[in-house]
Design a protein around this ligand. Structure first.
Ligand code: EPZ
Length: 422
């Protein structure tokens, strides 16, 4: 880890991207899996974890709780068997929404916990009502008081839950909680994201009995105990998408390994329609782009397998440079157009209709500017815009990007981009 809070990126745009990258491990798979390792009676060995700030913060929280964590390279050994009681570091939890994913495992193991309302990117209100409702259905007592929420699971019972929307975090919390809860718990309208499936695979390897992951109905039969295992979380489909789009923007040819095309079908379809050539073989995806980009009339985000909200700002940058008009509909979060003003500084033509709809008219080029990252994915999108802009772009607040991308400048430099961290 060599990130510092005040880092900035300096990018001189105009280089084509060529080369090969192995896609990093998924942040959104690793974080709940780290949380679920609290459930193991024994040591969990997590292989190839991403070197990012969110993982570093999760490790800090787990250590604060008393877990013994050793790191060798990118492998983490987590032994939480000696933790007797929990006391969460509220300041750390506030910096990271992923602390909400600790709820399921902590409640399962220690029966009660007090959380502060979690922090995260400024992409929307991000309430936790669905989590709370789901736990209440399992007879967990929940008391909300100002910024704090108390949970007590001493009288919890397995049962049936119907989520009002397929929340990723709520599904992951209930799956963790119900894994060791006596009886049969069923989650209807569960999230189907690959990261949810990966968490369930991890828990099943530990001895859990979870069925239906990746469908709209997950059934969990509680077991008495879970054992320590070795596990490697899946590759990061959002980083994969970011690198494909970066090459589509700059032109050139990229070869991604550790790349799952099935988890990215919607993006691959859109990139092909926009003029990219894509070849897939096993876990390798190759993309090249030599012809001008064609716009797509409408791109809407949605729950998996629809187009991911986490790639919405990334595809917006590509649309800014395509021939024609694109309507971008953000259907998951209510404040995920944070980059629009920054892109406009670069000469992009974007009209915000409301919090959920933006109309993008393609322009021939973008010009360099001094920019501020305001959230993780939006920050990465600005980097992509800088790669193609004429002149020198400076990006501040790189710490947002470092939450999810392993040394983004090193990845892009290895492909030939002119980018450095200052
Ligand atoms: C996960 O967040 C991801 N985070 C997000 O990735 C991702 O954008 C999101 O799923 C959607 O795919 C992690 O996995 C750590 P949700 P999560 O609960 O679980 C609303 C990134 O860039 N909602 O599925 O918090 C919520 O406000 C991040 O890597 C409620 O109203 O997402 C949102 O509009 C950002 N009440 C929608 O549901 C609730 O209790 C989906 O949220 C919970 C959610």
């Amino acid at each position: 880890m060599s990130y510092s809070y005040n880092d900035r990126l300096k990018i001189r745009g105009g280089k084509r991207l060529n080369g090969e990258i192995r896609v990093q491990t998924s942040k959104n798979a690793t974080l709940p899996i780290m949380s679920a390792s609290l459930l193991a009676q024994g040591r969990v060995l997590l292989r190839d974890c991403p070197d990012i700030i969110d993982v570093e913060n999760m490790v800090k929280i787990l250590r604060e709780l008393g877990a013994k964590i050793d790191r060798v390279g990118d492998d983490y050994s987590i032994d939480s068997s000696s933790i007797l009681d929990v006391c969460l570091d509220y300041e750390l939890c506030k910096t990271m929404r992923s602390s909400i994913f600790l709820l399921g495992s902590i409640l399962a193991r220690f029966k009660s916990v007090c959380l502060t309302l979690p922090g995260g990117c400024k992409i929307g209100r991000r309430p936790i009502d669905i989590h709370v409702q789901a736990f209440r259905r399992l007879k967990v007592k929940v008391i909300e008081l100002d910024d704090f929420v108390f949970f007590n699971a001493s009288k919890a019972r397995a049962g049936k839950i119907k989520l009002k929307i397929p929340s990723v975090g709520a599904t992951e919390n209930i799956v963790q909680f119900a894994s060791t809860l006596k009886g049969k718990t069923v989650i209807y309208n569960s999230a189907r994201e690959p990261e949810v499936v990966d968490l369930c695979n991890f828990l099943n390897k530990m001895g859990a009995k979870i069925y239906g992951a990746g469908t709209r109905k997950i059934t969990i039969f509680g077991v008495d105990k879970l054992k320590g295992v070795e596990y490697k979380p899946i590759a990061d489909r959002i980083v994969l998408g970011t690198l494909l789009v970066a090459t589509a923007i700059c032109g050139g040819t990229i070869r991604l390994t550790n790349a799952n095309s099935h988890q990215n079908e919607k993006l691959i379809e859109i990139l092909s329609r926009m003029g990219c050539q894509i070849n897939i073989k096993n876990d390798i995806i190759m993309l090249s782009r030599d012809v001008p980009l064609r716009s797509i009339p409408k791109i809407s985000t949605g729950y998996y397998p629809q187009f991911p909200t986490d790639l919405q700002s990334i595809i917006m940058v590509l649309s800014c440079l395509a021939n024609g008009q694109t309507e971008i509909d953000e259907r998951i979060f209510e404040n995920r157009f944070l980059i629009v003003d920054e892109l406009k500084k670069m000469g992009a033509k974007i009209e915000l209709i409301d919090n959920h709809t933006a109309i993008v008219d393609g322009v021939d080029s973008l010009k360099a500017s001094n920019l501020k990252a305001l959230d993780l994915r939006g920050g990465a999108s600005l980097v992509l815009a800088g790669l193609v802009a004429q002149g020198e772009t400076i990006i501040e607040n790189v710490h947002y990007i470092d939450r999810g991308y392993c040394h983004i400048e090193k990845m892009l430099k290895s492909l030939g981009a002119d980018i450095e961290r200052i």
